[in-house]
Design a protein around this ligand. Structure first.
Ligand code: EPZ
Length: 435
């Protein structure tokens, strides 16, 4: 599994370069399969989810060249085949193969996705969307088989705002016959990013970024180059971290507009937030005010930052409430924070935080990706050593976390095997430590 060690109590200051967006990358990679030519995607984060997706594409016969921060995908040699569980179970975004392959070949058989355990994560809206476009959908022992003689554009109203369903319908509809209109579409920047790639490939998509998206289907899509937008969730994580440790951190290569809800909350607690064209500086303060936070679809406060925000609020004297309106059970980090000394009660969808307690370093477990970063933030506020098990969850979404933390002055290291004497820097017994 691997562990991450954080020695807290260091002053953190400096600049951190934000990588390309994970949740764009994992949609752009399958989207590239729709083209009848090579697609180059730049500013690619080198994270576990990207590596797994690359392996899935290679398994299916696509030509994939992955180098540094770019990838070239040529889907012309891909053989549509049944992909049961296995690798597709390792990440949520494998469900984008449904939309991409259904759009391209009119059929697909790919297993149900995996991803972080945040409670029930149904895919009914994806399926309803594909059915509206004319696909027959069957669940054969966990493998979703979809087939359409010809996909035809349709008017689709999403009962709930869903990032995944919006993107999946866009993927399939871009090669359908006629006009598809998605109403109550999600407005996340990652959706605009995918629409930009598809349009550069020759698709005709209008309205991405609003709640009505119009897609005029086309027969052929061509190869192109695309640069991924910055990861607003990675950036928000470092902003929250800066506030929690009372540091002075500038996140660089960001789109400040994408982070308005986060900047606003940090200002509300009393941190100083200074926006520039493509950077945001967060300067922590000793005294903060408690706040209430409610997660909501973009442009609301992102559920993906609810967990690190909970940690920050443990460092704010007074009572704060954080409510997750997207996932009812995204609170598995709370038990671990309590083990570090936090006073938090979960009631329904809300965490009630009695902040102002000094956290202590101990052994904790990251149950999912953002729980992992919440524990990293917690560890940095302590005066001791925090041992975080479940490093593989964090590796799914944070590129070079240890390197970036160290650049800010943190003491952090990883251990990729599990020896009994996990001493910092001690690799005399063959244990591997890497950044
Ligand atoms: C995306 O998941 C992100 N993942 C998640 O990021 C993020 O938390 C989520 O959007 C919300 O912003 C990727 O982009 C790969 P949804 P997605 O469909 O698309 C319900 C992270 O930490 N719903 O927008 O799967 C669903 O249960 C991850 O980076 C249905 O009921 O989320 C949830 O309550 C974790 N039926 C709500 O809608 C459906 O068919 C929003 O989910 C689909 C969703």
């Amino acid at each position: 599994m691997g562990k991450l060690f954080i020695e807290g109590g260091k002053p953190l200051a400096g600049k951190v370069e934000i990588s390309g967006a994970k949740n764009s990358a994992v949609a752009l990679i399958p989207a590239a399969l729709l083209a009848d030519g090579p697609v180059v995607i730049e500013n690619l984060p080198r994270i576990q989810d990207v590596e797994i997706y690359t392996e899935i594409l290679r398994d299916m016969g696509a030509d994939v060249l992955l180098e540094g921060d770019w990838i070239e995908i040529d889907g012309r040699s891909l053989r549509p085949m049944t992909m049961p569980n296995g690798r597709v179970k390792k990440l949520r975004a494998s469900y984008y193969l449904w939309g991409a392959l259904l759009g391209k070949y009119g059929e697909v058989s790919v297993g149900l996705p995996g991803g972080c355990d945040l409670g029930p994560r149904p895919v009914d809206l994806h399926i309803k969307g594909f059915q509206a476009l004319g696909a027959r959908v069957e669940n054969k022992n966990g493998v979703m088989s979809m087939k359409a003689d010809r996909l035809r554009g349709a008017r689709i109203y999403l009962d709930l705002v869903s990032v995944g369903a919006t993107i999946n319908i866009m993927l399939a509809a871009s090669r359908a016959e006629g006009l598809t209109v998605i109403e109550n579409a999600a407005r996340e920047p990652e959706i605009v990013d995918v629409a930009t790639l598809l349009n550069n490939m020759g698709a005709n998509i209008k309205g991405a970024g609003t709640d009505v998206i119009r897609i005029e289907g086309t027969d052929r899509l061509r190869g192109c180059r695309h640069t991924i937008i910055p990861d607003r969730i990675e950036a928000g994580s470092y902003m929250i971290l800066a506030a929690a440790v009372r540091g002075d951190v500038t996140v660089e290569n960001v789109i400040p507009k994408h982070l308005e809800s986060v900047s606003a909350k940090l200002r509300e607690i009393g941190a100083t937030v200074v926006e520039d064209d493509d950077s945001i500086r967060v300067i922590g303060r000793e005294r903060y005010s408690p706040v209430d936070v409610k997660t909501a679809p973009y442009p609301g406060f992102p559920t993906d930052l609810q967990q690190p925000m909970t940690t920050l609020l443990t460092q704010v004297k007074g009572s704060s409430i954080i409510t997750d309106n997207i996932y009812a059970n995204r609170f598995r980090h709370v038990d671990e924070l309590r083990r570090m000394g936090a006073s938090i009660k979960v009631e329904g969808r809300s965490a009630l935080i009695e902040g102002g307690t000094k956290l202590v370093g101990t052994k904790v477990v990251a149950s999912d990706l953002r729980a992992g970063i919440a524990l990293v933030v917690a560890g940095l506020t302590t005066d001791g050593i925090t041992e975080i098990d479940g490093l593989s969850h964090i590796d799914r979404g944070y590129e070079n976390l240890v390197g970036k933390l160290r650049k800010l002055g943190a003491s952090a290291w990883r251990e990729t095997t599990t020896p009994s004497n996990a001493m910092k820097g001690d690799n005399s017994d063959g244990t591997q430590f890497d950044a």
